[in-house]
Each structure stands twice: as structure tokens, then as C-alpha cells.
Design a protein around this ligand. Structure first.
Ligand code: URA
Length: 242
């Protein structure tokens, strides 16, 4: 429990002294009721506090890395009752995914309740690299891989240059495993890129997001990001504009 004026001041709205004035003036509500007394104590993440009709931001920012299994929606709820990415977290905060992975795609997905952080990372100008490993139909020729590398024409424009590496091929089954590094984040981009060279994706996994990897994790596992990782991600987004 903390003093109401302190909680208001800590939310960055105003100074503690001005918060006291707002309370005395009847401009602060706790759980829907006006509070004019100064000694009132509240529980920051539980009590609903409004200052001049505006709820104060109550939640601590939280950051998680999820190894999304395939067969899960990159959303916080699904009308059809399918599994969603937030089902893997048992926390009170309302987090949402930073970007999305397709229902059938597995791999690294960040979750946070920090909207500004998420929007910054998703902004194309910061060119955050994402590494995908795709199992595709057939065995693409060198020329086709070069096309992927240089950029292929999609409905929404040519893709930016990418890094492409053939990891392995199965001549009998006529499949290949290819590692593709891109920094754009268009809808179903990797699948559309492989469609464009006539080697459709059979299986897709995002293995890396900038310096973050899935090492040591299994599908469905989640871990909080370390403060140093959050800091590093913020720095990437500040220092790498094009
Ligand atoms: N590209 C895709 O095609 N699908 C994903 O889930 C992510 C990138």
C-alpha cells in the first residue's frame, strides 16, 4: 500500500505536491469514487486510479521471449477458441506480441505490455534482422537462391536484399532446408518469397530476432528478457536508423 499522491506522482503525471492539490480539488477517483482526503493509501497494481477522468498507467512494463509452437495464433484471443500466444504466460499484465508469426510458423516471438517499445522495434526503418529456417519443396538452383538474395517481386513490391544459405538438401524426398535472413516484416513474407521462386514452404521457424536466439528452449517455453537484453534492443532501435 502506498500513499495516493505518491502513486500519482510516480506515474509521471505531476509532482507530488500538485498531486495533493488535485486530490483536495476532488479531481482524483479511486475505484470510481472521488477521494479528497490526503492520507489515503492504495495498492498501485490493483486499485483503479483516475486523475481528471484519465486512468493512470498502472502496469509495470514486462518483456518476454516465447518459443511459439506451430498451431498457435499470434494474438491475445481467438474467437474460435484456438490456442493463442498469451496462453503460455501466467501473469497478470496484459501483454501482446511484437509483430506476428503465422499460425503454422514456430519460433521466436517477443511479448510485452510496453506499446512504445513494441512499435519502435516493429518500425521498418530500424531494420531489425530476423533469421528464418524454412523447409521447402524441391531443391532451388543457385540462380533461384540468388533471386531471393537480390529481392523478389511480390504484390506489395520488391523485397529488400536478404541473406540466403542452403543448409541441407534431401535429393530423394526433394526437399531443402534454407536459412533466410530478412529485416522487413511484411505479412507472410517468407512464404511469399519462396512461392515467388516456385519452392513453397513446407515448414517455417524463426530462429533469431536480432541478437536473441532460441538456444536451450523448447516449443511452448517462455522466459523473461534480461534487463540488459531490453536495454540492448532499445539501443538498436535508437542507433540504427537508415
Ligand atoms: N514470414 C512468413 O511467411 N511467416 C511468418 O510467420 C513470418 C515471416
Amino acid at each position: 500500500m502506498e500513499r495516493l499522491q505518491k502513486v500519482i506522482a510516480q506515474a509521471g503525471i505531476t509532482s507530488r505536491r500538485k498531486a495533493e492539490q488535485l486530490i483536495v480539488d476532488g479531481k482524483v477517483k479511486v475505484n470510481g469514487k472521488v477521494v479528497r482526503k490526503l492520507g489515503v493509501k492504495v495498492t498501485p497494481n490493483k486499485d483503479a486510479i483516475e486523475v481528471e477522468g484519465v486512468p493512470i498507467d498502472k502496469e509495470e512494463p514486462v518483456y518476454f521471449l516465447l518459443y511459439k509452437p506451430s498451431g498457435v495464433i499470434s494474438s491475445v484471443k481467438d474467437e474460435k477458441g484456438r490456442k493463442v500466444v498469451t496462453d503460455f504466460l501466467e501473469i497478470q499484465q496484459r501483454v501482446f506480441p511484437v509483430g506476428r508469426l503465422d499460425y503454422d510458423t514456430s519460433g521466436l516471438l517477443l511479448l510485452t505490455n510496453d506499446g512504445e517499445f513494441a512499435n519502435t522495434l516493429m518500425h521498418p526503418k530500424f531494420k531489425i534482422e530476423k533469421v528464418y529456417v524454412a523447409k521447402v519443396k524441391g531443391i532451388p538452383s543457385r540462380e533461384k537462391l540468388k533471386e531471393l538474395q537480390n529481392g523478389v517481386k511480390l504484390e506489395d513490391g520488391k523485397t529488400a536484399p536478404a541473406k540466403v544459405k542452403m543448409m541441407s538438401m534431401d535429393k530423394k524426398k526433394q526437399t531443402s532446408i534454407i536459412r533466410l535472413t530478412i529485416h522487413e516484416g511484411r505479412n507472410r513474407q517468407v512464404r511469399r518469397m519462396f512461392d515467388a521462386i516456385d519452392h513453397p514452404v513446407m515448414k517455417l521457424k524463426r530462429e533469431e530476432y536480432s541478437f536473441l536466439t532460441l538456444h536451450g528452449m523448447n516449443p511452448g517455453e517462455v522466459r523473461p528478457l534480461k534487463p540488459i537484453e531490453v536495454k540492448h534492443l532499445r539501443e538498436l532501435a535508437v542507433t540504427k536508423p537508415s
